[in-house]
Ligand binder design. Structure first.
Ligand SMILES: [Ca+2]
Ligand SMILES: [Ca+2]
Ligand SMILES: [Ca+2]
Length: 808
């Protein structure tokens, strides 16, 4: 009778479960891409929140993102014993270990086994670690062997330095730190040590007791080295021993009969009177759905009244929760409302004809200009950043890079490795929470702005941009529509790449890891002086123009003809748009478009000759509806076809009709797939880009074929973005969403637990096997909280189209 049991049980999804507690053992494994993403190993989901992760054999007291992570080589579930065994390996050190996790009543036992002793090089360094989410533990009490203490709000414990030779190798041999010539690294000292730790003795929802008789427990604060560090509990593996070397008993407290509070999903920005209004209510699987819910109205005298009472309809289970819906579409009277379901009340929201009017303003007026590279950006009394990268960009040498880039043996340019490529420090946009120029993303940005401009001609002017002064000021109109200036700014960098390099760089990015994780003013990432290898480290030339700091950014220049073709496409459109505004740039863009196109076609010609005919045939089948009718293919291609409508004749549009009919079916298919009616991504980066793409296509399909894709469909993605989604009901768009937008995002001000207005979060990160998550007190997981320049400009198209539809 597992459902009634008070003990932890191994369930069908291969994790340990009791009411209020889930213990996952490598349901999510470390993946090489970005190394430690704080998403892997042994994890605890405690009363609905994933508060513990990272349980594994690690090589540091407080591992950082680029410290080595173990590769899982085997995972074995033993139902009879109620245990999960994981084998892990560090190839760099030829070091294997095993961890066996076994349910023992209300606790799990974690046992670490070694078949061979810890390698000499790692003795005293390798240990079993587990990590606690700081924002869920800070200011709470803990007890170590009876000694009381409190988790610090900010990193203020103590450190020592040790010789670099004692530090385990970091990812690909990179270093996350600049030792200032000391040849020593910083190592945190423990907050406490002992044999029994009880965390959060003052909070039953977070209390966990950890005991080890055979090993010393050490508690560290990982934020001493990196703002995204967690509290780490570890036991160092003993030297020279094999067999069962460490045993911990971990007992997460469970609140008796705990049932998660319902999460009432609704649109935080509110609803226009005539649109469908359906709240999706996420319920604990042990929660019994109520028969009705009510919509309450807050009157202008401050009193409340019941505006509507309606049935709650069951949708059914989706991953770990159960879903019901409450439809209050019949309420059309403008006003201030909230939803009440049992004892749960939402914050208030509006029903009003104007609720969509400002949805893109924060993104266009604030987020985008703050991400303009090579400019000084100011707002009122605040400077967001000075002018970055004044020393320009060097030709990247052959290298394997930490942000997933690569430079091959040949530069494909006239420049030698480390030679200055002139003229690249102009225009362009910071990629995301980092400060590099991803060329592909910057092409997308310009495309997105051109699409917005050509369809909707937004005249909004809230930003002063002077390329001459390299100066941007927010909320200061300068007589030029901002979108035009953003297009110009993007094109300035892309055209410079084509002119100076001869083709498109894959990226302009950091050369050293210890300034890649920069948090602060972008202008201080590099020293602004040209790197001169003849100077000693930390030395500046007598004329003050060169330094021995190898911090200059690099241009990764391997030629990619398909990227060149993309650039050629965007240059052609940009030339059209910029004509009459910046004729000189328009001409340069057109010239590069023509050159890149013919060169790229020549380069691609040999490779693609065979493939091209087959592809053309497939496209034609699909366009005429004689293909396999695969909805996902339809979805992928429809946008491109819709975009061509203004340039083509009526017959072209008619030919699209059957495809759009298929697409209308595809839209409805999501009502069966999940309770929210949008495509939900399960990848390591949450699915906002797919959701936005879907929203844009639905909007355009409605604009061109309103008889097939009905107006009511265009609100699906808006609802999702603004709060009708799993986990919580906060808006994913920073500051957009009347009373409750998300509070923290992975922007470049994330160390302040803040946001840059208008940012769009990736959204709900799926953790295997059944958990959706979006932290709103911890910004540092990029997969759920980072906004990108391409995604946020996609949002501008989506929002512009939605406003256009609503206003018609
Ligand atoms: Ca990047
Ligand atoms: Ca302007
Ligand atoms: Ca420099």
């Amino acid at each position: 009778m597992p459902a009634m049991s008070q003990d932890l049980q191994l369930n069908d999804l291969e994790y340990f479960e009791r009411q209020g507690v889930n213990v996952l053992v490598f349901s999510n494994s470390f993946n090489g891409g970005f190394n430690d993403e704080k998403n892997s190993g042994i994890e605890i989901i405690h009363h609905g929140v994933r508060t513990v992760q990272g349980g594994a054999v690690r090589l540091n007291n407080t591992p950082e993102q680029w410290d080595l992570v173990p590769k899982m080589t085997n995972r074995k579930v033993d139902r009879e014993k109620g245990s999960i065994e994981v084998a892990m390996r560090y190839d760099d050190y030829d070091f294997d270990s095993r961890v066996v996790v076994t349910a023992k009543g209300k606790a799990v036992e974690i046992a670490v086994f070694l078949d061979k002793p810890v390698p000499e090089k790692l003795a005293g360094e390798a240990g079993f670690n587990i990590e606690f989410l700081p924002s869920q533990y800070w200011l709470k009490t803990f007890l170590m062997d009876g000694r009381l203490n409190r988790f610090p709000r900010y990193a203020t414990s103590q450190t020592i330095t040790r010789p670099n030779s004692e530090k385990p190798r970091q990812f690909k041999g990179f270093k996350t730190y600049d030792d200032r010539g000391t040849d020593r690294f910083v190592d945190p000292l423990p907050l406490e040590t002992g044999h029994q730790l009880i965390v959060a003795t003052d909070d039953p929802s977070r209390m966990i007791k950890i005991t080890s008789n055979d090993a010393e427990l050490k508690l560290f604060d990982g934020r001493m080295l990196a703002q995204n560090g967690w509290f780490v509990l570890r036991s160092v593996l003993p030297k020279g021993k094999t067999g069962q070397v460490i045993t911990w008993t971990v007992e997460p407290h469970a609140i008796p009969n705990w049932i998660r509070e319902p999460n009432i999903g609704f649109s935080q920005i509110g609803y226009i009177p005539e649109q469908p209004k359906v709240a999706v209510i996420e319920l604990d699987k042990k929660d019994k759905p109520l028969a009705t819910a009510t919509l309450m109205r807050i009157k202008t005298d401050g009193t409340t009244e019941q505006a509507f009472k309606g049935d709650v309809k069951e949708w059914g289970p989706y991953f770990k929760y159960n879903y019901v819906k409450f439809d209050f579409s019949s309420v059309k009277e403008p006003g201030v409302y909230f939803i009440q379901y049992g004892d749960t009340k939402t914050n208030d929201f509006l029903i009003d004809a104007h609720v969509y009017e400002k949805i893109t303003d924060a993104t266009t007026d604030v987020w985008v200009p703050i991400h303009m590279n090579h400019m000084y950006v100011t707002e009122g009394y605040r400077t967001w950043h000075g002018e970055p990268f004044k020393e320009g960009y060097l030709q990247a040498p052959e290298s394997d890079h930490f942000d997933l880039h690569r430079q091959g043996a040949s530069t494909d340019t006239k420049y030698k490795p480390f030679e200055l490529i002139p003229g690249l420090n102009i225009g362009g946009f910071f990629d995301a929470g980092d400060f590099d120029i991803e060329t592909g993303s910057n092409i997308n940005v310009v495309q997105n702005f051109i699409r917005t401009w050509e369809l909707f001609h937004p005249q909004r002017d809230e930003t002063f941009v002077s390329q001459k002064q390299r100066y941007v000021e927010l909320h200061r109109p300068d007589g030029v529509p901002d979108v035009l200036q953003f297009i110009e700014h993007g094109v300035l960098n892309l055209v410079a790449q084509a002119e100076q390099i001869g083709h498109m760089a894959s990226t302009l990015s950091n050369s050293i890891l210890d300034n890649y994780h920069h948090l602060g003013d972008a202008a201080s990432i590099t020293d602004g002086l040209h790197y001169d290898p003849s100077l000693k480290p930390y030395e500046v030339s007598a004329d003050g123009k060169r330094s021995g700091a190898p911090d200059d950014m690099w241009a990764f220049t391997n030629r990619n003809p398909s990227l060149d073709l993309q650039a050629a496409g965007v240059f052609t459109s940009a030339a059209r748009v910029l004509k009459g505004y910046n004729d000189e740039l328009a001409e340069r863009a057109q010239k590069q478009a023509d050159r890149l196109r013919s060169e790229a076609q020549q380069l691609q010609g040999q490779r693609r000759r065979g493939r091209r005919n087959a592809q053309a045939e497939a496209d034609n089948d699909w366009l005429t509806g004689t293909g396999d009718g695969n909805y996902r293919n339809v979805a992928r291609n429809l946008q491109t076809l819709l975009d061509s409508i203004p340039m083509k004749d009526a017959a072209y549009k008619e030919k699209l009709r059957p495809t759009v009919q298929q697409y209308a079916e595809y839209i409805k298919s999501f009502d069966k797939e999940n309770p929210y009616g949008v495509p939900i991504g399960l990848g390591n980066w949450a699915g906002v880009n797919a959701v936005l793409n879907f929203g844009i296509t639905v909007n355009y399909a409605h604009i061109y074929f309103p008889d097939i894709v009905k107006k009511e469909e265009v609100y699906r993605v808006a609802n999702w973005l603004y709060g009708c989604h799993p986990y919580h009901n906060y808006s994913f768009v920073a500051v957009v969403g009347a009373t409750r937008p998300k509070q923290v995002f992975y922007g470049n001000n994330r160390a302040d637990f803040s946001f840059i207005p208008g940012n769009v979060a990736p959204g709900l990160l799926f953790r295997k096997p059944d958990h959706f998550e979006n932290y709103d007190d911890w910004p540092f997981l990029w997969g759920q909280n980072e906004g990108t320049i391409a995604g946020n400009t996609q949002y501008i198209i989506f929002g512009s189209a939605l406003k256009d539809i609503v206003n018609k």
